[in-house]
Write a new protein. Structure first.
Length: 204
């Protein structure tokens, strides 16, 4: 069964959400799912997803993509899915389950904007909404130390206004975004203390 949060933990969650508008989950001790992210989500995670009629995929990367790509009208009310550096936290009511993310990988969600944005640190797959939905963008990401180009392709934002990239962990990078008329270039990191949600890229 799932582990129940304490009242103090709930207070921490409320404070965290007030500081980061689309962040889900708090600093708790959730039930671990699978020790190896490649072997599945774990029984507790699958049980929680079943409560929301979500068919569990085989691994955490597929689950993140599945939840991120949902239309806004199909988002499961009551389910929070917060992407951290090393885990995906699933929570419903007082129950929370941790699904590990492979240690060599870093999941980054980016919501560029023209006029309106919001604060975010840990991306919530089930509540975050950005300004530019279904927008085609040219994205280039370069390693600052080696000048290696890790990504150079056209992406399309999901209905929630975000696009996702999986990057090597522990890097300092530069990201350039071009919508055909406007551009922006910003530093991003994939270290243990870096955000998994970037909403500060204003195209101009």
């Amino acid at each position: 069964m799932f582990r129940t949060r304490s009242a103090a933990s709930l207070g921490s969650i409320i404070l965290l959400i007030s500081l980061t508008a689309c962040t889900g989950g708090g600093e708790t001790n959730p039930t671990p799912a699978a020790a190896d992210p490649s072997i599945g989500l774990g029984a507790d995670a699958e049980a929680m997803l079943t409560e929301f009629d979500i068919a569990a995929p085989t691994n955490v990367k597929d689950l993140i993509e599945q939840l991120q790509s949902q239309s806004l009208t199909e988002r499961p009310a009551g389910l929070m899915a917060s992407v951290r550096v090393d885990e995906l936290l699933l929570s419903s009511g007082n129950d929370e389950v941790s699904v590990p993310i492979p240690t060599d990988d870093f999941h980054l969600s980016v919501a560029p904007y023209l006029n309106d944005t919001h604060d975010c640190y840990f991306h919530s797959l089930t509540t975050c909404v950005g300004e530019l939905a279904d927008e085609e963008l040219q994205v280039t990401i370069t390693d600052d130390a080696s000048d290696e180009v890790l990504l150079d392709e056209t992406v399309t934002t999901f209905e929630n206004g975000f696009f996702d990239v999986w990057l090597p962990a522990g890097r300092d990078l530069t990201m350039r975004i071009d919508d055909g008329e406007n551009t922006a270039e910003v530093p991003v990191g994939t270290g243990a203390d870096d955000p998994t949600c970037v909403t500060t890229v204003q195209l101009s």
